[in-house]
Design a protein around this ligand. Structure first.
Ligand SMILES: [Zn+2]
Length: 103
């Protein structure tokens, strides 16, 4: 799902508006590049213990959805940043909910 030129422009504008530095704050030399993919961080919530006829059953961490994230990678040191697409407003603006197939 590569980003279109228009989408990349919108993303760059958003990063600039929100004050995200163009230079990597870790190495101070590299610049961030945007790969043609996004990341999903799977999140979990604490499970519960339940009494059953056979005894107590404990459930550990239970899946609680995922957070779609924009990936930024420093072209010098590899520092990788993940920006929550929903918080940044790009999930809706770029209509990323819709699965798209592109050549
Ligand atoms: Zn860097």
């Amino acid at each position: 799902m590569p980003f279109t030129a228009d989408e990349r422009k919108k993303i760059s504008e958003m990063l600039r508006e929100k004050g995200v530095p163009e230079k990597c704050p870790l190495c101070g030399q590299g610049e961030f590049r945007l790969p043609d993919s996004i990341a999903f961080i799977h999140v979990f919530e604490p499970g519960k213990a339940m009494e059953t006829l056979g005894g107590q059953v404990e459930f550990g961490w239970l899946p609680a959805g995922s957070m779609p994230c924009l990936i930024l990678i420093c072209n010098n040191c590899g520092n990788t940043l993940l920006l929550n697409l929903k918080v940044a407003g790009l999930w809706d603006e770029l209509r990323l909910e819709e699965v798209r197939l592109r050549c």
